[in-house]
Design a binder for this molecule. Structure first.
Ligand SMILES: NC(=O)c1ccc[n+]([C@@H]2O[C@H](COP(=O)([O-])OP(=O)(O)OC[C@H]3O[C@@H](n4cnc5c(N)ncnc54)[C@H](OP(=O)(O)O)[C@@H]3O)[C@@H](O)[C@H]2O)c1
Length: 222
C-alpha cells in the first residue's frame, strides 16, 4: 500500500442529501456555526482540496478566516485547466500557496498562464480511460511533499471519486434542516448494489451545531 495523507471529506447537505440546488446554488446550505467549524477544520489540515467544478461555481478563497490559524496549501483538481486566471485562488496573495493538479494532456499555453500568476501546475497521470486526474497519484505526491492531512471540501464529483477509490479516512457532514428536492446529490454512483457492500464507519459522533446536525465518522477500510 502506498503511503498517503489522511483524507477528511467535509461538506454540507440538506436533509434530503443535496449539496446544491439543481442550478448549483449551495451558499449557504448550512448555518453560520457550521461555517465556523469548516474554518477550524481548514486550520487543522495541511492542505485543502476542491474540484474545478466548485471553483467555477463558487470561486472560493480557501483560506482560514473565522478562526486563528495558518492557511493550508490550496489544491485544485482541474484535468483540463479550465480555471479562470482571475479566480480568487490565483490572486497575488493566494497563488504562491496554490497548486493546480492537472494531467499531462493540459495545453502548454494554459499551463504558462497559470504559472505566471505564481501558482504551481502539477502534471499527473490521468485516471484510466479518462482525462481526469489520477487522485491516488495526487495524494502520493502530496505525501511526498510532507502533506500529511488533506481536507476535501467538494464538490460532488471529487467526493464521489475519492469514495469510489476508497481514499477517504474521515467524513464530517453538516446536515441542515432544509429540503431541496431535485438537486445535486452529494455522493453519486459508487458501484454498490448490495447493502452488505455499503461503506461503513469504525466509529462516529453526532453533535448539534446551531440548527445543523454534525456527523463526524472514521470510515472502515474496505
Ligand atoms: N454543500 C457543500 O458543502 C458544497 C461544497 C463544495 C461544492 N459544492 C457545490 O458542488 C458543485 C460542484 O460540484 P461538481 O461535482 O460539479 O464539481 P467538483 O467535484 O468540484 O469538480 C469536479 C470536476 O473535477 C474535475 N476532475 C479532475 N479529475 C477528477 C477526478 N479524478 N474525479 C472527479 N473529478 C475530477 C472534473 O473536471 P475535468 O474533467 O474538466 O477535469 C470534474 O468535472 C457546485 O454547485 C458547488 O456549489 C457544495
Amino acid at each position: 500500500m502506498p503511503t498517503l495523507p489522511f483524507v477528511t471529506l467535509k461538506f454540507a447537505i440538506s436533509l434530503d442529501g443535496r449539496l446544491a440546488t439543481r442550478t448549483g446554488d449551495s451558499q449557504w446550505i448550512s448555518s453560520d456555526d457550521s461555517l465556523q467549524l469548516a474554518h477550524q477544520l481548514r486550520a487543522e489540515h495541511d492542505a485543502i482540496l476542491v474540484g474545478i467544478g466548485t471553483v467555477l461555481a463558487d470561486n472560493p478563497r480557501l483560506n482560514v478566516r473565522r478562526v486563528d490559524g495558518r492557511d493550508p496549501l490550496r489544491v485544485i483538481v482541474d484535468g483540463s485547466l479550465q480555471i479562470a486566471i482571475d479566480a480568487n485562488v490565483l490572486r497575488p496573495e493566494a497563488a504562491p500557496r496554490t497548486l493546480i493538479a492537472t494531467t499531462t494532456t493540459a495545453a502548454a499555453t494554459r499551463i504558462a498562464a497559470i504559472q505566471k500568476s505564481g501558482a504551481e501546475v502539477l502534471l499527473l497521470p490521468n485516471e484510466p480511460h479518462s482525462q481526469r486526474v489520477h487522485l491516488e497519484a495526487l495524494l502520493m505526491e502530496l505525501h511526498r511533499r510532507s502533506i500529511k492531512s488533506v481536507l476535501v471540501e467538494g464538490g460532488a464529483g471529487i467526493i464521489t471519486a475519492l469514495l469510489a477509490a476508497r481514499l477517504v479516512n474521515r467524513m464530517v457532514v453538516a446536515i441542515a434542516p432544509k429540503i431541496i428536492g431535485q438537486g445535486l446529490e452529494a455522493i453519486g454512483d459508487l458501484g454498490i448494489t448490495k447493502l452488505r457492500d455499503a461503506l461503513t464507519f469504525i466509529s462516529f459522533q453526532t453533535a448539534r451545531l446551531g440548527p445543523d446536525m454534525i456527523f463526524d465518522g472514521l470510515l472502515k477500510e474496505q
